[in-house]
Design a protein around this ligand. Structure first.
Ligand code: WT7
Length: 650
């Protein structure tokens, strides 16, 4: 091994591991040599009401077409619930831990079956049909999972919108997929504070109606019980409706390639894209990665701290774990409420074996001091996971030594909303670990590094990360815009899926993700397009132009740095700075809050009018000694002004 501290697989893993190194190598080899045979075998891990006879039919060329198990029929909810009833009906499916440590609930597979069937009937009674889009805007409560599963059961396509998004952002997503049904809650509760979900939803539905999409029914879960606005004939209380509904609801037979869900995600340009995932391949991939990446054994208590509003929540709180008959923990709150020991207390309270979280949370908790961790036992832990952004070696070592007592392997899992499941990751019993590396590809995944011109890089190299062949969990299209799908992912390097990430491969063949190489930011593990923040800023009537870049941030990974040119005659004041921050939060949501705003009378542009972001990034990083070539600028003097007014002096 060549670099970083190496952490070899620990001896006790020889007993426990589902996959050891020899198995990893053998399976990986078959998976890329004969994907048909490999996935024909692993496709059987779910139940099919009509078995597939075709395995893989995919092309990354031309129009791009991705089909897996295409003549099979199955139902995702039946696989996540009904299939387990005979053997584990009384096993806990979901452990819910509320925002307040006194609030918790345990839901068995049988109870979940009853709830999901009833809710499925409520959807049907209110006119939801197979293929219809249902928007879910929910806090982290079991009803969010029931809502997803009820859609899957009847063949409706869910679009979960993160509860932190603004009414505008919610409206945009409702309109884009023409969703006429909404499931929400009165309010959310996080860190002791309420989030006005129903109120936001009401505002969003007004905006959507003005844009031509009218939501017909809104199902509202009572979470806090505080009073909310009500539209008679449109709104109905979840608990009333579910109680009256029948607990019998057959699962719809779905084709493997029928849509399962849409999830909006930010790109480098334009509005968020509706990433479309389908039924069979997605479930096979989510379940298989959940089992092998976390070395999930029957009876393990598994906890992923993500929100169901992100893909991590879809694949690794709901679908993957439930397809495997696991006990999945769902946490409503935040890591620092009531205090910074909350995660570790929950681990002890529920005897969590597998814990999966994001580097940004680890960095924040690391800053709080070790005593919050060391006052807990954490003896139940067997596997630790990381996801969402590169984990810096310091945070990795802290996670390993302090949280895991140098005893528990860490799986640093690289993947994306688009990939549906984990693509590059260690397997705990197979992979020697290096702090900060996502290590090796999962079965069937063929990474390739290319240079800017598309030349393939071999051996140890640094380049842009592509994947050269399909895997079952891959997104199938951008909802309603297949051309955008082809353009975004398959046109930069024709015939290859381009991830948008930079990556290094070391001499041992380990992959080190270096971060986005496009105009996508990763702020606290949340993906944010610079274009979205820019368009929010310019929608303010005092702003004439804006350019947004990321800069390194100790806790968030990246911070949001905005260069703003004001309308003629507008005074650049601190009050206006605050107003603009509030404006962006209102337009998109708190996750898009600008960290720095620099008023700049001019932006560095080429003679053809293109903003030179490279220069803006350097100034935001306070690294303006290395601005590089500025000779192509229309007005080089702009740069001097930008440097002297920079907002991030180190
Ligand atoms: C982007 C995808 C994957 C679910 C959560 C985020 C970054 C994700 C890692 C990791 C380094 C990572 C990449 C990727 N990313 N995981 N383990 N190491 N970077 O999903 O919102 O679609 O974001 O997150 O830049 O492209 P997403």
């Amino acid at each position: 091994m060549t670099e970083a501290q190496l952490h070899p697989v620990q001896p006790e893993w020889k007993e426990r591991a589902l996959i050891d190194d020899a198995t990893y190598r053998a399976w990986y080899e078959t998976s890329v040599r004969d994907p048909e045979a490999f996935w024909n075998k692993h496709g059987q891990r779910i139940d099919w009401s009509k078995p597939f006879t075709k395995v893989k039919n995919t092309s990354f060329d031309g129009d791009v077409s991705i089909r897996w198990f295409e003549d099979g029929e199955t139902n995702v909810a039946a696989n996540c619930i009904d299939r387990h009833l005979a053997e584990r009906g009384d096993q806990v499916a979901i452990i819910w831990e509320g925002d307040d440590p006194k609030d918790d609930r345990k839901i068995t597979y049988r109870e979940m079956h009853d709830q999901v069937c009833r809710l499925s009937n409520v959807l049907k009674e209110n006119g939801v049909e197979k293929g219809d889009r249902v928007t879910i805007y929910m806090p982290m409560i079991p009803e969010a999972a029931y809502a997803m599963l009820a859609c899957a059961r009847i063949g409706a396509v869910h679009s979960v919108v993160f509860g932190g998004f603004s009414p505008d952002a919610l409206a945009g997503r409702i309109v884009d997929c023409q969703s006429t049904f909404l499931i929400t809650a009165d309010e959310g509760l996080r860190g002791g504070k309420t989030i006005p979900l129903k109120d936001n939803a009401d505002k969003a539905l007004d905006i959507a109606t003005r844009q031509g999409v009218t939501v017909r029914s809104v199902v509202v879960v009572k979470r806090t019980g505080n009073s909310v606005g009500w539209v008679e004939g449109r709104d109905l209380w979840y608990h009333d409706a579910v109680e009256k509904a029948s607990p019998d609801c057959p699962a719809e037979a779905m084709n493997a390639e029928d849509p399962l869900f849409i999830l909006y995600t930010s790109g480098s340009t334009g509005k968020p894209k509706g990433v479309l995932h389908t039924t069979g391949g997605y479930l096979v991939y989510a379940a298989m990665t959940h089992e092998y990446v976390f070395d999930y054994h029957d009876g393990d208590i598994y906890w992923c701290t993500a929100d169901v509003g992100w893909v991590t929540g879809h694949s690794y709180i709901v679908y993957g774990p439930l397809a495997n008959g696991a006990t999945t923990l769902m946490f409503e709150g935040v890591p620092n409420y009531p205090d910074q020991s909350r995660f570790w207390k929950i681990i002890d309270k529920h005897q969590v074996n597998i814990f999966y979280t994001a580097p940004t949370a680890l960095r924040a908790l690391m800053g709080a001091g070790d005593r919050y961790v060391t006052s807990s036992s954490r003896k139940s832990l067997k596997v630790l996971g990381s996801v969402g952004e590169p984990i810096n070696p310091e945070a990795w070592e802290w996670y390993y030594k302090v949280v895991g007592d140098s005893r528990v392997p860490i799986v640093d899992t690289w993947w994306q909303t688009e990939t549906g499941g984990i693509l590059i990751t260690p397997l705990p019993g197979a992979t020697d670990l290096k702090a900060g590396s996502a290590t090796r590809p999962f079965f069937g995944v063929q990474p390739q590094l290319v240079d800017a011109e598309g030349g393939v890089l071999e051996g140890a190299a640094d380049g842009n990360l592509c994947i050269v062949d399909s895997w079952p969990g891959q997104m199938r299209t951008v909802y309603g815009d297949h051309e955008r799908f082809v353009q975004t992912y398959f046109s930069t390097y024709p015939g290859k899926y381009f991830t948008g990430d930079g990556c290094r491969r070391d001499a041992d063949g380990y992959y080190w993700i270096t971060g986005r190489v496009d105009d996508v930011l990763n702020v606290s593990g949340h993906r944010m397009g610079t274009a979205e923040v820019e368009s929010a800023l310019v929608s303010h009537d005092k702003v004439s132009e804006a350019a947004v870049v990321g800069y390194p941030h100790d806790v968030k990974g990246q911070g949001i740095y905005c260069y703003v040119t004001l309308m003629n005659g507008v005074e650049p004041t601190d009050a206006l700075r605050k107003e603009l921050v509030a404006h962006v939060r209102r337009e998109i949501g708190a996750i898009a809050s600008p960290d720095k705003i620099q008023f700049s009378p001019g932006l560095p542009k080429t003679r053809s009018g293109k903003i030179m972001r490279r220069i803006l990034r350097k100034i935001a990083e306070d690294d303006y000694g290395a601005l590089g070539d500025t000779s192509t600028l229309a007005d080089p003097a702009v740069v001097d002004d930008l440097v002297s007014n920079r907002q991030n002096k180190k």
